[in-house]
Design a protein around this ligand. Structure first.
Ligand SMILES: NC(=O)c1ccc[n+]([C@@H]2O[C@H](COP(=O)([O-])OP(=O)(O)OC[C@H]3O[C@@H](n4cnc5c(N)ncnc54)[C@H](OP(=O)(O)O)[C@@H]3O)[C@@H](O)[C@H]2O)c1
Length: 260
């Protein structure tokens, strides 16, 4: 059991974030949980506190607001919380042809996955470097490995997270701070309801399986982890194929037309 260490998880009110919160609490970590839905965070806070006797702070926040990362850090400072592990997990579903999407949805994807993730990483990395201690985990996706028609902005945002985070791993690898990427594949969460997918025929991972896997990889400080053998094979295929082959295969998997 680990005592006194604190993990901050964004997007903790549902799916993968909620499962990660339970996984870390079960290993004795204190938690700071951030997401927009306060009631859900309160329910989770109550259940984790009583099940695992850890300290759970909640911070309801909309990460689409530009100052949200700064406010999260101010909250931690005010409460005297030193964050040992930050997991940038908050996410929203997206599917459709680019020209058919409304601009606000596109901008939200960019703001959440690129701006908020980068700002959270910037603020907490600097703080962790002062102490020469800490871990930042950015959640990417199997779709980070190739351009994906029908998920264009989402996949490109995840490619940004993968590239950005791997570069930071190199910058920090000889210090006490680690910056890691973990890629889920398709996992049964509310994410797909939002994106409007029907998933009855898919063999999806469940969030608890992903969380157990992620916990192990974070403790090992593995720079890049991909959940499940199938997704590892998909990523390997993308890396070994030509760009055109990977592009066509990813488009076909997402069941949209890819134009040459
Ligand atoms: N599920 C998959 O198959 C899959 C595959 C690959 C990668 N991923 C990645 O895994 C991560 C978690 O996704 P999930 O499947 O667990 O999705 P989910 O069940 O829809 O949960 C998303 C979480 O993000 C929070 N969130 C969304 N917008 C937010 C905002 N503006 N401000 C603060 N919090 C916000 C949501 O909480 P509120 O609504 O309460 O704010 C919720 O807690 C995402 O980064 C996603 O891209 C998922």
């Amino acid at each position: 059991m680990n005592n006194q260490k604190t993990v901050l998880i964004t997007g903790a009110s549902a799916g993968i974030g909620r499962a990660l919160a339970r996984e870390f609490a079960s290993h004795g970590y204190n938690l700071v949980l951030a997401a927009r839905r306060k009631e859900r965070l309160e329910v989770l806070q109550g259940s984790l506190t009583s099940d695992y006797h850890v300290r759970v702070d909640i911070y309801p926040v909309d990460l689409l607001q530009e100052d949200a990362p700064d406010r999260i850090m101010d909250f931690a400072d005010r409460e005297g919380i030193s964050v040992d592990i930050l997991i940038n997990n908050a996410g929203m579903g997206y599917a459709g042809l680019f020209a058919d999407m409304d601009w606000n949805s596109i901008k939200s994807i960019l703001d959440l996955y690129i701006i908020a993730t980068t700002r959270m990483t910037y603020l907490f990395l600097r703080r962790m470097e002062e102490k020469n201690h800490g871990t930042i985990v950015n959640i990417a996706s199997t779709l980070a490995f190739a351009p994906t028609a029908g998920e264009d902005v989402y996949a490109a945002s995840k490619a940004y997270i993968l590239s950005f985070t791997q570069a930071l791993y190199e910058e920090t690898k000889h210090t006490g701070v680690s910056v890691l990427t973990i890629c889920p594949g398709m996992t049964r969460t509310e994410f797909f309801d939002q994106a409007g997918y029907s998933l009855n025929n898919f063999n999806l991972a469940i969030p608890e399986q992903f969380a157990a896997f992620a916990y192990k990889k974070i403790i090992e400080k593995k720079p890049l982890s991909i959940h499940r053998l199938f997704n590892q094979a998909v990523a390997l295929f993308a890396r070994l194929s030509t760009r055109a082959t990977a592009r066509r295969a990813f488009a076909a998997a997402c069941r949209t037309d890819s134009k040459d």
